[in-house]
Unconditional design. Structure first.
Lengths: 248, 502
């Protein structure tokens, strides 16, 4: 039996009752939830499991989809601080820009941001076995992109920005995963422990599905992004602190 | 020019008349002190860490250890340690890494506080025949209770916040799987289940062997977010955000890749052999408002059913920081004093950063009382608590409960040699080598740890009974039951304790 989408008017609502309604709906088998007039409610979809789709019309507050494990949230608006924080599975599709610490410590799933992101995007993202988180950004990013990154993929297309990223500290302390940025990246912008390598045809073949999916979600022509004009930034070591210490 | 070698730290000798060449020392030493050549046990004292494993296994007490067998020219400032640290850093140019807690000879405030007992004017209580109430609830307490009356029935209408119920105010602190072995963690977990109390997972996720004890586990979420997902949060009896640690305030942690074996990798959810790096701050907490956001996020994710603790290192402004935490929706604040243990910390931090737990407890308790929010948050103290006297004094200074760490490891065999960071712990505690880990039998280990908790609990009851107190609430924050002995006026003021004789 097809379950009707649930429409919630979130105007003036506190996040706790809102999340309770979402949880109850998902538990009762609702597959699609539409939240209207969202304005600053934090923690939407927090710790939520399952495969529901949540449409968010408005601007959700911080920690959107934190610890989320499965659902997809599509946001028609900007997102605040740390969407996708410690997210496990599922996706956030943001038709707008997002604040600082986007995808903080994300361990699985996808965060797609059509516009720009703030500081420390993808900080400490990590991967394990088949869980490989992806943060893809259509616009640009502020400083410390992929700081302490331990796994997964960060892709920055830099649409409307030349160069794609002009802030420093990219991959500062990175010890796993990869950061792929459209065009060239000035070496001066790389953080400690990050190194830039050639983006090869093999890399393109590997990443083409991500690029295509991103373009499809935001109605972009993927053909103009399917070439090797990217910079690939990876860790210079998986043990960045190994040489720092001596025994007592 | 070569700096040559520094003198031995320890010298091992074998009483050859006593020795029966059973070779247990050879088999037990994971540091390689002993080897056999031509049927003779040879000794390389330079490799010794004074872990005492060989001696404890020697059936003839034939092994002797001497610390600092070589004298330097004595000098009050340029101690042997100061000289050797300089030599080490001149050689390597690196940060010195050290294990266990603060090793500087600072005065111990606990040892300058004495407890009270009843004489004549009010009777002491015999815990053998009078019930002693040690049950402790951790979490928010309502400022007032409201009731509804219904035809003579009275019902509580105030909604109570979730609390942890402890049978004794002793918990075991956060030591992660990775920092310690699974058998060590299992022993601790079985012990807290037996004694009706709780322990922390540390920042290492929860191994599935621990699941049967999950109702006694406080799951930690630290800046690396290792092993953290919604299942992990839901498993815990409570959640603890680790902001800082007494052994190394202000810095993060690096679990070296060598310790990330396949099981550790799976529990932490990180690749095999990669460094597990916990950044210094949580990068989603840059302010007290951000902390409140994380606390509420954790509560929201777990349906407001779990108490959330926040652990900080005891630093100069600990009282003001704790007062901020009390306003973040957190249910307990954990204060870790500068003597807190660690698997590995830069020595300069371990020995020099932070303040003693005794002063921190008193300052925090006082500040929360002054602001009228002591009921909003429980206070858990840790960092260098060695026995039931330290426990009783901590509670009298204002703590609700304590965490022990080092003491619980000593109950598993640890002799505080301080080489945890090398991953070769011969007692099977701070290692992931299976042949060493197997040296701990969790059945036996858990009984030892449970014995320790029970023994302290008994002693605490006796101390309370002697002081005429029959419930832990009457001891908590009861500084009247303490006197300072040879403490200066400034410190007495901080502790809000009178001098002996006053």
């Amino acid at each position: 039996m097809e379950v009707e989408p649930l429409v919630i008017d979130a105007k003036g609502m506190h996040y706790t009752p809102l999340n309770k309604m979402i949880r109850a709906a998902v538990a009762s088998g609702v597959k699609e939830i539409v939240l209207n007039n969202v304005l600053g409610q934090r923690f939407i979809g927090n710790g939520l499991r399952g495969d529901a789709k949540i449409i968010i019309n408005g601007v959700p507050g911080g920690d959107l989809g934190m610890f989320m494990s499965g659902p997809e949230c599509e946001i028609f608006g900007d997102a605040e601080h740390a969407p996708g924080n410690t997210m496990d599975k599922g996706s956030l599709i943001i038709h707008g820009s997002a604040g600082d610490a986007v995808a903080h410590s994300m361990r699985g799933g996808k965060v797609f941001v059509e516009g720009n992101i703030g500081y420390r995007g993808g900080i400490h993202m990590k991967e394990y076995e088949d869980k490989r988180p992806i943060l893809a950004v259509g616009g640009t990013s502020h400083a410390f992109l992929g700081e302490y990154m331990a796994g997964g993929l960060i892709l920055v297309l830099g649409i409307g920005h030349e160069p794609a990223v002009r802030d420093r500290g990219i991959g500062s302390g990175i010890h796993g995963g990869e950061i792929v940025i459209r065009g060239d990246v000035n070496d001066k912008l790389l953080g400690v422990g990050a190194t830039k390598v050639l983006f090869t045809e093999d890399d393109l073949e590997r990443l083409a599905p991500v690029i295509e999916e991103f373009c499809e979600r935001f109605d972009l022509d993927s053909s103009s992004f399917l070439d090797t004009n990217y910079s690939r930034i990876i860790p210079s070591s998986s043990r960045p602190f190994a040489g720092k210490y001596t025994w007592d | 020019m070569s700096l040559g070698s520094v003198p031995l730290k320890y010298k091992i000798s074998i009483d050859r008349e006593q020795c029966m060449k059973c070779m247990r020392c050879v088999d037990n030493c994971s540091y390689g002190v002993y080897r056999v050549e031509d049927d003779k046990i040879l000794i390389d004292s330079r490799k010794c860490t004074a872990c005492h494993r060989c001696m404890s296994m020697c059936p003839r007490d034939a092994i002797m250890l001497q610390e600092k067998p070589v004298d330097y020219r004595s000098h009050p400032l340029w101690t042997a340690e100061a000289r050797e640290d300089v030599i080490n850093q001149a050689r390597t140019g690196k940060i010195i890494l050290a294990g266990m807690g603060n090793a500087i000879d600072y005065p111990i405030i606990f040892d300058r506080l004495v407890l009270d007992a009843c004489q004549v004017t009010n009777p002491s209580i015999d815990p053998l025949r009078e019930p002693m109430e040690l049950r402790t609830y951790l979490g928010k307490k309502p400022a007032k209770l409201e009731f509804t009356k219904n035809n003579g029935d009275v019902e509580l209408s105030t909604k109570l916040a979730p609390n942890l119920k402890l049978d004794t105010p002793i918990m075991i602190g956060h030591m992660s799987y990775g920092a310690i072995s699974l058998n060590a963690q299992l022993s601790l977990a079985k012990a807290v289940a037996k004694t009706g109390t709780f322990m922390g997972t540390g920042e290492g996720g929860m191994h599935d062997a621990i699941y049967p004890y999950q109702d006694h586990m406080i799951v930690q979420i630290a800046s690396g977010r290792f092993g953290v997902d919604i299942n992990y949060l839901e498993r815990g009896a409570a959640i603890e955000i680790k902001v800082g640690q007494g052994a190394k305030p202000g810095i993060g942690g690096h679990l070296p890749g060598e310790k990330v074996c396949s099981d550790v990798s799976c529990t932490r959810m990180i690749p095999l052999g990669s460094d597990a790096i916990s950044p210094a701050p949580h990068h989603d907490i840059y302010s007290i408002e951000d902390l409140a956001q994380l606390v509420r996020s954790l509560k929201e994710a777990t349906n407001w059913e779990k108490p959330v603790f926040v652990k900080i290192a005891a630093v100069h402004n600990v009282a003001a920081i704790a007062a901020g935490i009390a306003r973040s929706s957190a249910d307990a604040v954990v204060i870790d004093g500068f003597r807190g243990g660690t698997g590995a910390a830069p020595k300069v931090f371990r020995d020099n950063v932070g303040i003693p737990i005794e002063a921190a407890i008193a300052a925090v308790d006082q500040k929360l009382n002054d602001q009228g929010i002591r009921n909003e948050i429980s206070l858990i103290a840790s960092g260098g608590i060695r026995n039931s006297a330290d426990l009783a004094k901590s509670i009298a200074l204002g703590a609700d409960a304590i965490y022990i760490g080092t003491a619980s490891l000593i109950a598993l065999g640890c002799r505080v040699c301080g080489n945890c960071y090398r991953g070769l712990c011969p007692w099977g505690i701070a290692t992931q080598r299976s042949e060493l880990v197997e040296r701990i039998d969790p059945q036996v280990g858990s009984q030892n740890v449970a014995n320790l908790i029970n023994a302290w609990t008994l002693e605490l009851s006796e101390l309370m009974g002697a002081a005429g107190l029959n419930s832990i609430e009457s001891l908590r924050g009861n500084r009247e039951r303490l006197r300072g002995y040879m403490l200066d006026e400034g410190l007495l003021n901080v502790l809000k304790v009178e001098s002996v004789g006053a």
